[in-house]
Design a binder for this molecule. Structure first.
Ligand code: CMP
Length: 140
């Protein structure tokens, strides 16, 4: 298996509850390494651009308002098959469906306030990393 990178967001419901460290510990305990990290307050333009693929979904407005409501932590995670590994650690999008031991099972409040975002393919991981990070901000 190859070492790859994926993109993660610790969402406003988590930063609000001071869960950043607890979530990073779950990544680290499960084989992922943080190779870039910054806490930002996303602008509306960033949120609309980042989630542009969902712009026709009924929840788009709610999603954007939530993501700009409070700070988030954007990160690049590295490890063996990082994208799939991260998705296992996060658990299902809807916390009602998330497996025991996952971040969303432990912490998510609802399908919208679901604590973390993770890329859903290696191709999207590269695009999402580029969206938020310059090359010199990623130090493996
Ligand atoms: P995320 O991985 O950040 O990608 C898109 C987000 O849209 C998803 O996590 C959810 O938080 C959110 N989302 C998906 N479905 C719904 C829904 N039915 N209502 C509100 N938010 C949703």
């Amino acid at each position: 298996m190859t070492v790859t990178r994926t993109f993660s967001i610790i969402k406003p419901d988590a930063t609000r509850r001071n869960l950043t460290g607890a979530i990073v510990k779950m990544f680290e305990d499960n084989g992922l390494r943080v190779v870039a990290s910054k806490r930002i307050h996303m602008t509306r333009a960033q949120a609309e651009g980042f989630y542009g693929v969902h712009k026709d979904r009924p929840f788009f407005g709610e999603l954007v308002e939530f993501m700009i409501s409070e700070p988030v932590v954007v990160q690049v995670l590295e490890g063996e098959d990082a994208m799939n590994r991260n998705r296992e650690i996060m658990g299902a999008t809807n916390p009602a469906d998330a497996a025991e031991g996952t971040i969303r099972k432990a912490h998510a409040l609802s399908i919208g306030e679901n604590t973390v975002h993770g890329s859903d393919s290696d191709e999207n991981a590269a695009i999402e990393i580029d969206f938020f990070f310059n090359k010199d901000e990623i130090v493996g």
